[in-house]
Write a protein that binds this ligand. Structure first.
Ligand code: FPP
Length: 270
């Protein structure tokens, strides 16, 4: 693909945020700003290992992970990404020690309270996906409050996946489809791949183009199973707390280098 095909230059808002180091200028120059991924999803992994390497406890690793969340959200919004979806707590994560679960819930509450002004400043629209009714009630309330407070934002969609599982999402969609068939809202014969998308938690988000995973594991971990069908996957060895603004931009550069064929053949080979 032609890297010089960019029709627009880097947004000044982003340049201001990433600074003018050689690395920052180089990565911004390599991005085709007219061809950004529509939605980026991230499996934020490695907080525990990051803490372990520093003789800290796992909770301190998650605390450090919040810094990376803030940077990635702001970088993506300033870059002009349509939607950013972060995997913060899976349906399987309830197996962790209660003290770690409590700390993660508390960090989420703190994050929402502290970051709301930043979300509003950048016109970011927040919501959460997953089996939200299984979360502690005070967390549900804070999610609702942040969702409502940013409901009129017209910029990037920022989604946190909580008590989320890709299989649960498909099961929930199926129940919803069956209920609608029962009510006569749709006919069973109307269900096709596209129709099912309308029943997913992510029904109102743009197409998922890029899935990022930190800390080197080559797994999907039950994340956005239906949505990743044609997504490009980008894995870095960096642990989540070390993932920063330029890393997100590097993932975009790599995404743009790839040739996406959607099952088709290269026209030169045809
Ligand atoms: C994976 O690291 C990380 C998580 C399960 C939680 C991610 C949560 C945060 C970054 C904080 C809260 C999030 C938001 C959006 C405010 P791990 O514990 O599995 O790391 P390890 O594999 O090295 O043990």
């Amino acid at each position: 693909m032609n890297q010089s095909a960019g029709t627009t230059s880097a947004p000044s808002d982003l340049l201001e945020y990433i600074g003018s180091s050689d690395d920052a200028i180089k990565v911004a120059d390599r991005i085709d700003w007219a061809r950004l991924p529509r939605q980026i999803a991230v499996i934020m992994d490695g907080n525990g290992r990051w803490a372990n390497q520093r003789n800290l406890n796992r909770i301190e690793g998650h605390q450090a992970g919040i810094g990376a969340v803030r940077e990635v959200v702001e970088t993506a919004a300033r870059a002009g990404i349509g939607a950013l979806t972060l995997y913060a707590f899976s349906v399987e994560n309830w197996k962790r020690p209660q003290s770690e679960i409590d700390a993660l819930m508390e960090l989420l509450k703190q994050y929402l309270a502290r970051e709301l002004p930043t979300l509003l400043r950048h016109s970011i629209r927040f919501n959460a996906i997953g089996r939200l009714d299984g979360l502690p009630i005070n967390v549900q309330r804070d999610i609702e409050a942040a969702t409502k407070a940013t409901a009129h934002s017209t910029g990037m969609r920022f989604v946190i996946a909580l008590n989320y599982g890709g299989r649960s999402e498909i099961v929930d969609a199926l129940h919803h489809v069956l209920a609608d068939i029962g009510k006569g809202k749709i006919k069973a014969t109307e269900i096709d791949e596209q129709k099912l998308v309308e029943y997913l938690y992510t029904h109102d988000l743009p197409e998922l183009d890029l899935l990022i995973r930190t800390s080197g594991e080559l797994r999907i971990s039950n994340f956005l199973l239906y949505q990743i069908a044609y997504a490009e996957i980008w894995v870095t060895d960096k642990l989540w707390p070390d993932f920063g603004r330029l890393d997100l931009l590097r993932a975009i550069v790599d995404f743009q280098r790839r040739e996406r064929r959607y099952g088709n053949v290269d026209t030169d080979d045809a």
